[in-house]
Design a protein around this ligand. Structure first.
Ligand code: CMP
Length: 229
C-alpha cells in the first residue's frame, strides 16, 4: 500500500484533527511514527499500559475482548481515518481491549502525552474526542440490538460494515477484502457452521459475490428489508 507521507494538511483532513492549527499539527507530526503491518497483528493488548494514540490510514482492524468462557467478542471494526487508543489516554487506565489488524494496515502512532496536553488547551479537540466516544456508544448500542437478530441479519450487517469501512466514500455495495469464515463468524457473533451455511444461502440467492479481488454484496434489498441501511 503506497500512501504519501503525512503532512499537516493531510492530517487536518481527518475529522478528529480538523480543529487544530498548523503549528499544533506540526507538533504532533514531529513525534509521529508511521508503520506498515501485515494482517492478524496485535496492535494493542488489553490490560497493557499505553501512551500512544493510533490513526489508521489504510486497512481494517477489529477491537475485541474475550467472554468469561473464553469466546472472542468483536466490539467494533475500524477502517481508514479511525483513531484508537484514546481511552487509556483519557482515563489513564490500562488498555480496555485488544486491537488487531484484519488486513494489511498503514498505521500512524502519536505521542499520547502530547495529545493529552493539546486536549487540555484546545476545547474543540476535546469536543471532537467526546463526539467520537458518543459515536462509538451509538454503534455499540446498535450492535447490541442486532445481537438478538437472526443469523442472516447479523451476517449481512457484518458484511455491510466491512464494505462501508473498506475505502473512504465506500458504500454497502463496495468490494471488501475476503476474510476467512472464522473471522466473519467472530465479527457477526455467530458459530463458524452457521456462518458457512448463511454465506451459502446469501450466495445462492444472488446477494453475495466472492471473487479473487474480494467479496461484494450485490443488492441493497436484503439490507433494506432488515432496516440495516
Ligand atoms: P484503549 O482502551 O486505549 O485501547 C483499546 C482501544 O480500543 C480503546 O482505547 C479504544 O480506542 C478502542 N475501543 C475499545 N472499546 C471500543 C468500542 N466499544 N468501540 C470502538 N472502539 C473501542
Amino acid at each position: 500500500m503506497a500512501i504519501p507521507p503525512l503532512t499537516p494538511e493531510l492530517l487536518r483532513a481527518f475529522p478528529l484533527f480538523e480543529s487544530l492549527d498548523k503549528a499544533d499539527l506540526e507538533r504532533l507530526l514531529e513525534r509521529h511514527l508511521a508503520s506498515a503491518l501485515g494482517e492478524d497483528q496485535l496492535l494493542v493488548q488489553e490490560s497493557d499500559w499505553g501512551e500512544t494514540l493510533f490513526l489508521i490510514r489504510a486497512g481494517l482492524a477489529k477491537v475485541r475482548c474475550f467472554s468469561p468462557d473464553g469466546e472472542e467478542v468483536v466490539l467494533c471494526l475500524l477502517g481508514p481515518g479511525d483513531v484508537f487508543g484514546e481511552m487509556a489516554l483519557l482515563d489513564e487506565k490500562p488498555r480496555s481491549a485488544d486491537v488487531l489488524s484484519l488486513t494489511q494496515l498503514n498505521l500512524v502512532k502519536f505521542s499520547g502525552a502530547l495529545f493529552r496536553q493539546l486536549m487540555l488547551s484546545r476545547a474543540p479537540l476535546s469536543l471532537a474526542i467526546a463526539q467520537l466516544q458518543s459515536k462509538r456508544l451509538r454503534e455499540l448500542n446498535r450492535r447490541f440490538a442486532i445481537h438478538s437478530a437472526d443469523a442472516s441479519t447479523r451476517l449481512l450487517n457484518a458484511l455491510a460494515q466491512l464494505a462501508c469501512l473498506s475505502e473512504s466514500g465506500a458504500n454497502v455495495l463496495s468490494l471488501f477484502p475476503a476474510l476467512g469464515q472464522r473471522e466473519l463468524a467472530a465479527i457477526a457473533g455467530l458459530s463458524r457452521e452457521t456462518t458457512s451455511r448463511t454465506l451459502s444461502k446469501l450466495r445462492e440467492r444472488g446477494y453475495l459475490e466472492e471473487t479473487a479481488a474480494g467479496m461484494r454484496l450485490l443488492s441493497e434489498e436484503p439490507l433494506k428489508r432488515r432496516c440495516l441501511l
